[in-house]
Design a protein around this ligand. Sequence first.
Ligand SMILES: CC(C)(COP(=O)(O)OP(=O)(O)OC[C@H]1O[C@@H](n2cnc3c(N)ncnc32)[C@H](O)[C@@H]1OP(=O)(O)O)[C@@H](O)C(=O)NCCC(=O)NCCS
Length: 199
Amino acid sequence: MPFARLHGGVESAEDDGWSAPVDAPWELTDGVVRLRRWRPDDAEWIHGVCQDAEIQRWTRIPVPYTRADAEWFVDVFVPQAWDRGEEFHLVATDVATDARLGSVGLVLVPGAPGVGEVGYYTAPEGRNQGVASASVDLVAAWAFGVLGLVRLELHIDPRNTPSLAVARRCGFELEGILRSRAEHRGARRDVALHARLQS
Ligand SMILES: CC(C)(COP(=O)(O)OP(=O)(O)OC[C@H]1O[C@@H](n2cnc3c(N)ncnc32)[C@H](O)[C@@H]1OP(=O)(O)O)[C@@H](O)C(=O)NCCC(=O)NCCS
């Protein structure tokens, strides 16, 4: 049964009986960047990269970010959310070197059939080389083509210039500024709501 239909979404464009291949090796690639599922041995890398001030400033990871947070993420949260068909979190790696470059995740928005939200970060040393843009494009193609989603959203702080650039590069349109929409580290923040539709 197509995955999106399991969750009340629209039917997949390819109604091929796809179900979440939770145990199978799984990847998406454009030949330069590869997205694969997180593994337990990624915890050390996540812990290191999530000390970055920009990732802590703009994403919803816990702060301080501990090794236990990283281990819980890869060992518990990611596989359980994947198995429930609610969230799909992936690591972006370099096809040539297999080095880890960043993170991208797709969350099916509860109560909004056919709608997903994408979040991402890139390790500081890998920025401005198109990693996040490639990752979002790969996830979007999978979400629209395989999961049958019809709308993907990016929720971006209007001050986060690099993330706004990723949205533009990946064909997301700004639909509006949601004032004081998010609570972040004890303060209210605006959200620049961007969306891309299945074409
Ligand atoms: C946002 C982020 C994921 C972008 O990752 P990335 O792999 O560098 O992204 P890309 O290389 O695909 O694109 C980066 C774009 O930002 C632009 N950019 C980077 N810094 C910029 C700045 N200070 N001002 C303006 N544009 C900037 C780059 O020029 C590029 O746009 P372009 O291709 O139009 O020139 C990365 O900066 C990051 O991890 N930030 C912290 C976490 C975060 O903000 N996550 C998103 C939350 S919504």
